[in-house]
Design a protein around this ligand. Structure first.
Ligand SMILES: *Cc1c(COP(=O)(O)O)cnc(C)c1O
Length: 379
């Protein structure tokens, strides 16, 4: 099945009881048993729920995976992976990692005896240097937030071949429409479903997908044992959102291409980070592993100050100033004071995250309106 057919049909069967074409919201905590242990495959909704099952199958299909496992948030999904590790194990990750992941690693799991290394992962040599016998997980994010760096998933996965190291990829920014990490050698793919998969800024959810039976069993065990499961209503909303993922992504990418080109030629703009430019340092890798370049763009101003960025951010009429991304509406954000405020200024600047950096999540509105909004805000 091709992608556009999978988003509509994968995982979704007409309801057995009624024939309802849309998976019902099975708003129930428990299931009646005929005699102890004799039931229809469902006992308790933390463990299994039919609405969640449909969604898990759908997400698995989109990532070319055998198994999908959903969580109550993206962070809950990452947490389940880290719990596969034990004290003394080491993790290698990227130096401009999603802030929430950085916080989970450094402020929660360091206390449990895990060690995390953060490196410029687009250089495979730097990753190779950090690998040792204690390395159990390489945690990739690509494209990165907010610098839009690209990591070569296949090259990093090759480093772990034949070693007891899991390769996990946070695929939130790309969505399964643009990139399928399992096909490139990763073991686990993770999504903040909150973003492009949900697509309508109305749900918080996370998901994992993998092919290995043992790994899936361990992750499903974590899902049930720790219990960070999504509710059936949210699963329904995401099932609905996924049906338009392909057409939404096409428009996100197309609009972002126009906006990136507009920004590059604007006299007040210093630098535009978007992997679609041939001048982007990892453009070739992006071309190789992604089907298009996505809906995320960030840029800096020639006048590099928080005040200059704030003045512009206050002027937008169509773009809303908010955290998050991947919804149908366009958002703007100021990473230095919002998502990355907890990172010291010197650390931020090491990765190029300047005070004037503005990030866009380009929505699916008419692009002419988006560009005139940016134009009026910049001037
Ligand atoms: C939002 C986000 C997360 C966390 O997901 P939640 O659903 O907010 O818990 C993780 N990684 C990336 C790249 C994100 O954008």
């Amino acid at each position: 099945m091709k992608f556009g057919t999978k988003v509509i049909h994968a995982g979704v069967e007409p309801d057995i009881g009624t024939g309802a074409i849309m998976t019902p919201i099975y708003q129930t905590s428990t299931y009646v048993q005929e005699s102890p242990g004799k039931h229809k495959g469902y006992e308790y909704s933390r463990t299994q729920n039919p609405t969640r099952d449909a969604l898990q199958k759908s997400i698995a299909a989109l990532e070319n995976a055998k198994y999908g496992i959903c969580f109550s948030s993206g962070m809950g999904a990452i947490d389940a992976i880290i719990k596969l590790l034990k004290s003394g194990d080491e993790v290698i990750s990227i130096d401009d990692l999603y802030g929430g992941s950085y916080r989970l690693f450094e402020q929660v799991y360091v206390g449990f005896g895990l060690k995390f290394h953060f490196t410029a992962m687009y250089s495979t040599e730097k990753v190779a240097q950090l690998i040792n016998d204690r390395t159990k997980l390489i945690w990739i994010e690509t494209p990165t937030n907010p610098m839009m760096n690209i990591v070569d998933i296949e090259a990093v996965a090759d480093l772990a071949k034949g070693k007891d190291i899991l390769i996990g990829v946070d695929n939130t920014f790309a969505s399964p429409y643009l990139q399928n990490p399992l096909d490139l050698g990763a073991d686990i793919v993770m999504h903040s479903v909150t973003k492009y998969l949900g697509g309508h800024s109305d749900v918080i959810m996370g998901a994992l997908a993998c092919n290995d039976n043992m790994l899936a069993e361990k992750l499903a065990f974590q899902q049930n044992a720790s219990g960070a499961v999504p509710g059936p209503q949210d699963c329904f909303l995401v099932l609905r959102g996924i049906k338009t993922l392909h057409i939404r992504m096409q428009r996100h990418c197309e609009n972002a291409r126009h906006v990136a080109q507009f920004l590059v030629s604007h006299p007040k703009v210093e630098k535009v980070c978007w992997p679609g430019f041939e001048t982007h340092p990892n453009h070739d890798v992006a071309r190789k592993q992604m089907r298009d370049f996505g809906g995320m763009i960030s840029f800096t101003l020639k006048e590099d100050s928080m005040e200059a960025a704030f003045r512009i951010l206050e002027k937008f009429k169509i773009f809303s100033l908010a955290e998050s991304l991947g919804g149908v509406e366009s958002l703007c954000a100021h990473p230095a004071s919002m998502t990355h405020a907890s990172i010291p200024k010197e650390e931020r600047e090491k990765i190029g995250l300047k005070d004037s950096l503005i990030r866009f999540s380009i929505g699916i509105e008419d692009v002419e309106d988006l560009i005139s909004d940016i134009d009026q805000a910049l001037s």
